[in-house]
Design a protein around this ligand. Sequence first.
Ligand SMILES: Nc1nc2c(c(=O)[nH]1)N[C@H]1C(S)=C(S)[C@@H](COP(=O)(O)OP(=O)(O)OC[C@H]3O[C@@H](n4cnc5c(N)ncnc54)[C@H](O)[C@@H]3O)O[C@H]1N2
Ligand code: MOO
Length: 414
Amino acid sequence: MADDRGVSHGTGTPDLTAVTDHQAKVAALLPPTPVLVAPLADCLGHALAEDLTSPIPLPPFDNSAMDGYAVRSVDLAGATSEQPVKLPVHEDIPAGRVDVPPLQPGTAHRIMTGAQVPPGADAVIPVERTDRGTEQVLAFASVQPGQHVRRAGEDVTAGETVLTAGTTLSASQLGVAAAVGAGQLPVHRPVRVLVLSTGSELVEPGATLEPGQIYESNGLMLAAAVREAGGEATLLRFVPDDVDAFHRALAPHLESTDLLITSGGVSAGAYEVVKDALTGTGVEFTKVAMQPGMPQGCGRYRDQVAVVTLPGNPVSAMVSFEIFVRPALRAAAGHLATQRPTRRATLTESLTAPADRRQYRRGQYDPATGSVSLQGAPGSHLLAGLAKANCLLEIPEQVTELAAGSTVDVMLLD
Ligand SMILES: Nc1nc2c(c(=O)[nH]1)N[C@H]1C(S)=C(S)[C@@H](COP(=O)(O)OP(=O)(O)OC[C@H]3O[C@@H](n4cnc5c(N)ncnc54)[C@H](O)[C@@H]3O)O[C@H]1N2
Ligand code: MOO
C-alpha cells in the first residue's frame, strides 16, 4: 500500500528501488578480474586465486628452541645445581650449519636457537642452566626427552594447505607463503577504478577558498576507500560541469578502467552534468530507499566500462560506497571476505528514522560493553561525524523509532 509520496509500506516500494536490488545490480556489473602471478612482495592486499599447499614441512628439520646444549636426556638424569653433570663439548652448531655431526653418548654439542638438532640428541638444555662452558659443560638440571626441540612438520606438514583461494593476503599470510618457499603467488588483479568528481564549486585542498567555493573532498576520499578495499584508484578531479568536457576527460581512461565511480551531479538540479552526460549511454538513474544515498545510478557506459554514480553529499557518497561498491569490488577481485564485520549492539540513546528508507547513522561502537552511541546528526553533509565514527548503524526500512536500550545492527568500519 502506497502513501501520498508514492512510497509503499511493508516490502513493496513502487517509486524507490530496494537497497538489496541496487546492491545486486552493482555487483552484476563487475565480473571477476583476471588472475596474474605476482612476486610475493607485490601481493599485499590481493586475494589469493588458488589454494597454496606447502611442498615442505615446517619446520623443515628438528631444531633447537633455545640457545644451549644438545644432549641425550638420559645423560643428564638427576642433574641438579648441587650435583651437576659434566659433559665434554664436541661441536658448536650455529643456525645454518649444515654438516652437523651426530652426538656421541655422554657428550654435548653447543647449539643456538633455530640450529639443526644433531642426530643422537633428543633434548636441549638452555644455557642458563649450565656454566656456559665451551670445552666441557656443567649441567645444573635434567631435561625431559624432546624438551626445547621444535619438531620437523609440527607447524605445517608437506602437502598441507596453508592458505585457501579467496584469502586476502595480509602480513601474516605473506609470512607463511614466504616460509613455505613461495616466491610468487597467483592473485586476482585488483579492480581498476577511475574516481571522477565534477562540480564548479570545488577547489583543490590547500588553495584559497573564494566565497561560494568548497574544497574537493569526495574524490580523494573515494579513491582512498577504493585502495583500502583492495582496488587500484586513479583520481580525476575538477572536471568542469559540461557534458562535452566530461566525455573528453573520460575518453583517455576507458581502456584502462574496469569501474568508473562519479560523485555528485545526479539529483534534480538544473546542472546535473553526470546525469546529463551518462543518460542514454547505458547508465540508469534511480532513487534508492536509503538515507543517506537516495539518488543512485549504475550501468555500463557505451557497453564498455561499469559505472556507479554516487550522490555528491560527502556522507551519502561514502555510505553509498560502503553499501553498494565495496562488496562488489571485493567480490570481483576474488576476496572471500566481501562484507564488513557486523555486530548486534545496544543503543545508548533513542533515535528516529525516516519511514520506508533504510537509514545508516554514524556511530561509535564500544566492543567492551557491546553498546553503540550515535556520532552526529543524520544530515548527509556532516562529514566530521563520519570521520569520528567507527561504525554504521543500520536502521531497517520499516523502523521509524528506536528507544534507548534497543538492539541494533552495526557494521564495523575499522
Ligand atoms: N530537488 C531535489 N533536490 C535534491 C534531491 C532531490 O531528490 N530533489 N536529493 C538530495 C539528495 S538526497 C542528495 S544526496 C543530493 C545529491 O545531489 P547530487 O548527487 O546531484 O550532488 P551535487 O548536487 O552535485 O552535490 C551535493 C552536495 O555535495 C557537494 N559535493 C559534490 N561533489 C563534491 C566533492 N567532490 N567534494 C566535496 N563536496 C562535494 C556539493 O557541493 C553539494 O553541497 O541532492 C539533494 N538535492
Ligand atoms: O540521500 Mo541524500 O544521499 O540523503 O543526502
